[in-house]
Design a binder for this molecule. Structure first.
Ligand SMILES: [Zn+2]
Length: 231
């Protein structure tokens, strides 16, 4: 039975995939023995099939690479986001800390501070402006004109907040007493006693760096101090 090539070609895909009937298979195989054109057609189909498989593998590989790149990009994006958030928090905290805690000594100006001797013999220091961040005091013995005297240095600091924004605080002390600044020791009977140190003068001076200075440097710096009160 001679079957036209076109019919065989239609059947070849089924033959190749092994899904045709035994009858068709026999007919096709007989035809292929005699027809080089259809044989070549079948060989080409197998070639295409293999090539298709190769292409599929190549596409799979490409898609794997793409997925890999996407994953890497995703990880990178996540990292960038996390780092951005951390940076933002750091900047906020830094800004917060800078605005509320970065101390700037307040330079002396007229009326900033007044010092008065109270009835009890103590010396009271009043801060006359809206607000400050911290007050500092420090006592030492200096020699002025050949006379040794105990003096107190004071100064105040601002932060950006206290300088530009805050108002007087109810719970803040705008007055404090520095006279006879006391330190404690034990007397002969081993009792805890307060030793008074009479202050003979109070100066305003940013001495934030002074405790580290030598006595000579201290003398030099103390000449910059503004006398607020003396005995
Ligand atoms: Zn044929």
């Amino acid at each position: 039975m001679k079957i036209p090539c076109e019919v065989v070609k239609d059947l070849l895909p089924l033959y190749r995939d092994n899904v045709c009937s035994d009858e068709s298979r026999t007919i096709i195989e007989e035809h292929l023995l005699e027809c080089d054109t259809c044989k070549k057609y079948l060989d080409d189909m197998d070639g295409d099939f293999i090539q298709t498989n190769d292409e599929k593998a190549a596409e799979q590989a490409k898609s794997d690479i793409l997925k890999g790149i996407k994953r890497q990009l995703f990880r990178k994006n996540v990292m960038v986001s996390v780092i951005s958030v951390i940076c933002a928090i750091a900047v906020l905290l830094g800004g917060f800390s800078f605005i509320f805690h970065y101390q700037m000594p307040i330079p002396y100006e007229n009326g900033l501070v007044s010092v008065k001797k109270g009835d009890n013999g103590m010396v009271d220091v009043y801060f006359n402006r809206d607000d400050y961040y911290c007050s500092y005091k420090w006592n030492t013995t200096i020699e002025k004109n050949g006379v040794k005297q105990r003096v107190a240095y004071i100064y105040y600091t601002d932060t950006i907040w206290t300088k530009y924004f805050s108002k007087p605080q109810k719970d803040k002390q705008y007055k404090y007493t520095i006279n006879n600044s006391a330190f404690f020791d034990y007397d002969d009977d081993n009792r805890f006693i307060e030793i008074k140190k009479d202050i003979s003068a109070v100066y305003y001076l940013d001495y934030s760096h002074i405790p580290k200075l030598s006595t000579e440097e201290l003398q030099k710096n103390s000449s910059k101090a503004v006398l607020l009160w003396k005995k």
